[in-house]
Write a protein that binds this ligand. Structure first.
Ligand code: NDP
Ligand code: HSE
Length: 400
């Protein structure tokens, strides 16, 4: 029998406990042994839970118990998740996590520590919820030359955008709904301001480049500035607006990383990804385009990814422990050099817009003018907007 400890009995922790109970036979068949949840660490007690008798409040008990083979860290936040995970690895216990904050900030250290002790540090659930996306990138696609990894990486914001702009619900009601369904972060600002997606693109960027990426250096925007008028213009022009994380390999060997809303052709692979669904598109040679799609948040899907990693610890040992990111930092491209077409909305005239931005494609003319520029760098766009003398009502980038 293998013994497991779960750190954090919230949405994901309870999902993992339910999965290990409901799919006990499937897991046993795969691992060749029974998995027993020996401890559940949380701040609260759960007297009505069938796992009430396993709940403890002192991590030291888990750390000191040599029978615990694997620790599942699903508490969230950087600290003490980092310290608890490190202690577990040092004690020769596998660690599996869904906590992208810890992975983005300390992934390299964790992997190095795991290697030192001959155990696994796995984090499939940290990106894309239930979608098996990291393993294929680490293992199957690794020999490809990756041109870009991009995706809809946050379930909460995609759910909110879908509810607001397809069903006409308010922002507040849509967010509340996402929280009730267990999709949102404890502080939902992390979702709506793009911070969660930023951590995920930092992880994906590290996987494709092989070097750590400081999430604080990534240009990050959320969904709070997207207006109903912009979505209406997008729809009229057969486009959708999605919050994307993008990691682009530049010709000079640098990596261009960003999180921002993008206007996407509705018939493009990412254009039709709605609700809590996430999708990650890998553009690489020679495989060309591959897309991974599934539920990006929620107890069941996330637990599926966590338990998949847990089983791998016992079936594959450390051979799949990702040799991915070393400690040195990736060289990031200056965001001001990123170039694309830009969508703008303004109450100024077309001639004023052309005088500032040059040739544009008009998407809608009425009370507001909505337009698309030719391909411009961020720097050139900012200079043109300054020339306009008035801030645009909206600015959204266009995915080529
Ligand atoms: P929850 O807030 O629902 O659960 C976290 C649990 O951990 C809570 O019960 C909390 O207790 C407990 N906890 C927090 N700090 C401590 C501590 N120091 N010691 C013991 N227990 C502690 O979060 P989720 O389950 O939603 O998410 C967990 C992690 O998984 C996060 O990193 C999140 O980003 C990630 N994730 C979440 C997904 C989802 O769909 N929800 C999907 C993919 C990843 P209390 O409530 O008393 O503070
Ligand atoms: N809050 C996150 C989301 C959870 O909505 O995508 C999954 O990482």
């Amino acid at each position: 029998m293998k013994h497991i400890a779960i750190l954090g009995f919230g949405v994901v922790g309870q999902g993992v406990a339910a999965l290990l109970t409901n799919n006990k036979e499937e897991v046993k068949r795969l691992v060749g042994d029974e998995l027993n949840i020996k401890y559940i660490l949380d701040l609260r007690d759960f007297p009505d839970s069938p796992f009430a008798d396993r709940v403890i409040h002192d991590f030291g008990i888990i750390k000191d118990d040599a029978d615990v083979d694997a620790v599942i860290e699903v508490m969230g936040g950087s600290h003490p998740a980092f310290e608890f995970s490190m202690d577990a690895l040092k004690g020769g216990k596998h660690v599996i996590t869904s906590n992208k904050q810890v992975v983005a900030e300390f992934g390299a250290e964790m992997i190095a520590e795991a290697k030192k002790h001959g155990v696994c540090y796995h984090f499939e659930a940290s990106v894309g919820g239930g979608i098996p996306v990291l393993m294929p990138i680490i293992e199957i696609l690794r020999h490809n030359k990756v041109r870009e990894v991009r995706g809809i990486l946050n379930g909460t914001t995609n759910y909110i955008l879908t509810k607001m702009f397809t069903f006409g619900d308010s922002f507040e009601a849509s967010l509340k709904d996402a929280q009730e369904k267990g999709y949102a972060e404890r502080n939902p600002d992390a979702d709506i301001l793009g911070i969660d997606a930023c951590r995920k693109i930092a992880i994906l960027g590290a996987l494709i480049s092989g070097a750590s990426i400081n999430p604080d250096l990534i240009h990050t925007e959320g969904i709070t500035e997207i207006r109903a008028q912009d979505v209406a213009v997008a729809n009229k022009n057969a486009c959708a607006i999605k919050l994307l994380g993008r990691a682009i390999a530049c010709e000079d060997g640098k990596l261009s990383l960003m999180v921002a809303p993008f206007l996407i052709d509705a018939d493009a692979p990412l254009g039709g990804v709605n609700g809590v669904y996430n999708a990650v598109e890998v553009l690489a040679d020679p495989v060309d385009n591959v897309m991974f799609y599934g539920r990006g948040a929620g107890a069941g899907p996330t637990a599926s990814a966590v338990v998949g990693d847990l089983c791998r610890c016992f079936t594959e040992g450390t051979h799949t422990a990702p040799v991915i990111f070393e400690k040195q930092s990736e060289r990031l491209a200056d965001f001001s050099a990123f170039a694309c077409r830009h969508y703008g909305a303004t109450d100024l005239s077309l001639s004023e817009v052309k005088a500032a931005f040059g040739e544009v494609t008009v998407l809608c003319e009425g009370k507001e003018l909505a337009f698309l520029t030719e391909v411009m760098t961020e720097k050139a766009f900012a200079e043109a907007e300054a020339k306009l003398g008035k801030k645009l009502l909206s600015h959204i980038r266009k995915l080529a």
